[in-house]
Design a binder for this molecule. Structure first.
Ligand code: NI
Length: 140
């Protein structure tokens, strides 16, 4: 859907602007407008997951040792229990013992967080991180 552009002025201290310009230049932004739009989107996305009952998308990354007894079964079982929530899985055998698993999820933020916490706290999971993002539907 096409949306009209709104221009607005922002006042801030010169040193803050200088810091901001340096930051966004290093990130590769060509204009302040682009950077500010992304900052606003980031804040909106954050708000969306904080509310908890919103539909969000997310990825859970897990690093684990497949030799830990029962772990692979537990992870597989959890994924079968949440068919519909976990929509895709990527598994990489990193070396002889370590596995990298990335679960793509879509559903209520609170459910995604709950399921992720359970998997992350499983014995044998060495590291992991849930990244929540928007489904994109409510972002322009
Ligand atoms: Ni593996």
């Amino acid at each position: 859907m096409a949306s009209s552009l709104v221009r607005f002025g922002v006042s801030m201290a010169a040193p803050l602007v200088a810091q901001f310009d340096e930051l966004i230049a290093n990130q590769g932004y060509r204009t302040r407008s682009e950077a500010i739009r992304d900052l606003i989107r980031e804040r909106l996305v954050q708000k969306e997951w904080e509310r908890g009952d919103e539909n969000v998308a997310g990825t859970l990354t897990l690093i684990y040792d497949h030799r830990v007894r029962g772990l692979t079964d537990r992870l597989t079982m959890a994924q079968h229990e949440h068919v519909g929530l976990i929509v895709a899985t990527l598994h990489v055998h990193l070396d002889e013992h370590n596995c990298l698993e990335v679960l793509a999820m879509k559903g209520r933020a609170s459910t995604l967080t709950q399921v992720s916490d359970r998997l992350l706290s499983s014995r044998g999971v060495k590291h992991g991180k849930l990244v929540l993002t928007s489904t994109g539907e409510s972002l322009v």
